[in-house]
Design a protein around this ligand. Structure first.
Ligand code: AKG
Ligand code: FE2
Length: 371
């Protein structure tokens, strides 16, 4: 049964009845990766990875953001992280440590279940929610080396509980609690971003009223030919703000800055926050350029570890598809300059985003005005 949210998009999603974990187990430690997964572009591109980690990635401290003694300084740091990187580590975020431990354990246990048990929540044809492997147009597109569990988590009435695993038994409860805590973190960040942008808090928060939160829980099995596959092709996330949780301590996220790829070192206990496309592109009167290009949306991808599987949980916060807030960029920002991005509504944006060939920034670039 297709969920109401994806019904509205009216685009076809093809699911692939294949588990990457099974492919990984089949090829073992010496087999060949099936052609469908082999990424020739990895070799073709000049990829410089900063393994030395000497590039300093922004780290933002939530406890300072909300402490009147330090907030001004920390909000300025948050602003430059969003402008320069569109990406930062968020520490002291306030999400309960016990809950984090529990959800990590539940997710790990879910992916360890035998395939048949995971398939109890398999993605049906032309839907997005559930366990499986997303496969969008075009058909010749290479497959990512990942299994995933995708669920709409908020608003609560939009949940399709049929896709929420019942094994392990604590899974549903942990995800329910986590989804609330992380929604609160995202709201706090939006408020602080509004202060940094010098716009009315309500103008920014209004766009997210009744926001949709969905989670994409990614499992990237290890691969004996790790340099031939990609866990997640280069992309920018959809609309809103992504908060990424490292479920286990295996590195794999890479971000592109100034044309170079950088490996992101895990920071224990931190969440990775990505201010994503809407912040750069817009929110009209349903989806207009909110920050008029001031904040970046970071292009990123996930690479595979040859020895260890990696698990992450990405929580996406976006305006509801029914968002009809008014046409045009945030007025206060437009008074400071011309609109730099086209106006598109949430449904059109989401459709374009999902159906565009995954070429990193291509869909985002197509919305740019005057270039
Ligand atoms: O797993 C990662 O490191 C990245 C995941 C991601 O980019 C996504 O789910 O959108
Ligand atoms: Fe992403």
């Amino acid at each position: 049964m297709a969920s109401s949210i994806f019904d509205k998009l009216q685009v076809e999603f093809i699911d692939q009845d294949e588990s990457v974990q099974v492919v990984a187990d089949t090829i073992g430690s010496s087999g060949e990766v099936p052609e469908r997964y082999v990424r020739h572009e990895i070799e073709a591109n000049i990829v410089i990875i900063d393994n030395a980690n000497c590039y300093s990635l922004p780290v933002i401290d939530m406890s300072r953001l909300i402490n009147p003694d330090f907030s001004e300084e920390e909000i300025a740091k948050l602003g430059s992280a969003c402008e320069e990187w569109g990406y930062f580590h968020l520490v002291n975020h306030g999400v309960d440590a016990g809950l984090l431990q529990q959800i990590k354990a539940d997710i790990t246990e879910f992916f360890r279940l035998p395939l048949q048990e995971k398939k109890a929540v398999a993605i049906p044809p032309n839907d997005l929610q559930g366990f499986g492997h997303h496969f969008f147009f075009p058909k010749e597109q290479k497959l990512d080396w990942a299994d995933l569990l995708f669920l709409v988590t908020r608003p609560v009435e939009e949940r399709s509980m049929d896709f929420w695993p019942t094994k392990p038994s604590t899974f549903r409860d942990s995800l329910d609690k986590y989804s609330l805590e992380i929604a609160n973190v995202s709201t706090k960040l939006f408020k602080l971003m509004a202060i940094n942008l010098g716009v009315d808090e309500e103008a920014l928060l209004g766009v997210f009223k009744g926001q949709t939160q969905s989670v994409r829980i990614n499992h990237y099995p290890h691969c004996c030919q790790a340099d031939k596959v990609l866990g997640f092709s280069a992309h920018t996330d959809g609309v809103g703000l992504t908060l990424l949780l490292q479920v286990n301590d295996v590195q794999g996220l890479q971000i592109r800055k100034d044309g170079r790829w950088f490996a992101v070192k895990n920071l224990p206990g931190a969440l990775v926050a990505m201010s994503v496309t809407f912040l750069r592109v817009s929110c009209f009167r349903s989806h207009q350029i909110l920050t008029n290009g001031k904040y970046k949306s970071i292009e990123h991808r996930a690479v595979i570890n040859p020895d260890k599987g990696r698990i992450t949980l990405a929580a996406f916060h976006k305006p509801p598809l029914s968002c009809t807030i008014g046409v045009g960029p945030l007025q206060e920002l437009l008074m400071k300059g011309e609109a730099r991005y086209k106006t598109v509504d949430v449904v059109e944006f989401t459709k374009g985003y999902f159906t565009a060939k995954l070429e990193g920034r291509s869909y985002l670039e197509s919305l740019k005005l005057g270039v």
